[in-house]
Design a protein. Structure first.
Length: 364
């Protein structure tokens, strides 16, 4: 069932999508008439609404303000999921940005159209589980939460214990009295290890490379350098690397103590998985009841596959940080250099302005 013809469909109601919607509205486009926002979640908050309850705001990565409405200073001991859900929900109401949810986009395809000899590009069709829309442009802000990455190791199919990903983690209470291996070199892995150890759980840590801790402050200059390094990869048509590969880990007092206590000390890469645990590359073993894969996520872009946007290297080249080189009808926000809270907000604005320019809408 085709529902309407629009100028722009924004896919994703997280930070990048809401930022784009705000700037579209501020520059004269009318929600529901000229553009809509589709979100697969049942409520506001984007990927943050899925974070485990024990991840407090104070322990989470910084949450950057959405344009036009600061987050202010919520209680750092409150769960980050609750803070962001409330903040994003209030933001949608404050600026009149109705979000269609839950709506899962299944595929985006070319729909034909465009006047003959007019120079107009063919329209796009956004197909969902609630019907389809035709549109001139798509701003995609679907993030990564729906694509957890599970690496393969020999013998993994033999393991008799429990396996779960960051995506599935709820509480350390699920692991009391067990032996847990945490795999991954990022912030989530570190936070899991500290929480588990604090609950008396026996842990081991596996990373492919020695963990890289840094005392450098995570300021704006650091952020610009990180985006530059990610942009260098995506400009070559390669997929974005892991977050920690370009950020390192902040050497906070809590992390220092974790290192001193032997909790945040990696045993190195895995060689194989057995029925009852794992063997490390150095030949040592660890008997595990559970393996927690804190191995990151990949960009959730399967619905764009019909447009054939990927390069031979597996990535998608974006120009000016947001415009897909292979298809000027598509803008990516929260991908590559903009896959951070600060970057996603900026990319939402950039995509909105670029889309408005592509539509030929006069600037207000």
């Amino acid at each position: 069932m085709e529902l309407a013809m629009l100028d722009i469909v924004v896919i994703g109601g997280g930070q990048a999508g809401l930022s784009a919607a705000y700037h579209l509205s501020r520059r004269g486009l009318v929600p529901e008439r000229d553009f809509i926002v589709l979100d697969a979640n049942p409520g506001p908050g984007g990927a943050w609404r899925h974070r485990w309850p024990t991840l407090t705001l104070g322990a989470a990565h910084s949450i950057h303000d959405l344009p036009g409405m600061p987050l202010t200073s919520p209680d750092p001991s409150e769960p980050a999921a609750a803070v962001v859900e409330r903040y994003y929900g209030g933001y949608e109401k404050e600026f009149g940005l109705p979000v269609h949810r839950p709506v899962r986009v299944q595929q985006v395809t070319s729909a034909g159209g465009g006047l003959p000899n007019s120079g107009e590009l063919p329209l796009l069709r956004v197909g969902t589980d609630r019907g389809s829309w035709r549109t001139r442009l798509v701003i995609n802000g679907t993030g990564t939460w729906d694509r957890p990455y599970w690496p393969h190791y020999p013998g993994r199919e033999l393991f008799r214990g429990r396996e779960l990903h960051t995506h599935d983690f709820c509480s350390v209470d699920d692991f009391r009295g067990q032996r847990v291996l945490v795999v991954g070199g990022g912030t989530s892995a570190v936070q899991f290890l500290l929480q588990l150890a604090g609950a008396g759980v026996q842990t081991a840590w596996s990373t492919r490379r020695p963990p890289e801790f840094t005392e450098r402050p995570f300021d704006q200059e650091w952020g610009r350098e990180v985006e530059k390094r990610v942009r260098e990869r995506t400009a070559r048509g390669l997929p974005p690397g892991s977050v920690v590969s370009v950020t390192a880990l902040p050497l906070t007092p809590v992390y220092r103590q974790g290192i001193a206590d032997g909790i945040l000390v990696s045993r190195g890469p895995l060689a194989s998985i057995t029925a009852d645990g794992v063997q490390f590359a150095d030949g040592s073993t660890f008997a595990a009841d559970a393996i927690l894969w804190a191995t990151g996520f990949r960009a959730s872009l399967d619905h764009l596959a019909p447009l054939k946007l990927r390069e031979p290297g597996g990535g998608i080249i974006v120009e000016d940080g947001v415009r897909v080189a292979k298809d000027p009808r598509v803008f990516l926000v929260g991908y590559g250099p903009s896959a951070s809270t600060l970057g996603a907000t900026r990319a939402g604005r950039a995509a909105a302005l670029a889309a408005i320019e592509a539509l030929g809408v006069p600037a207000l």
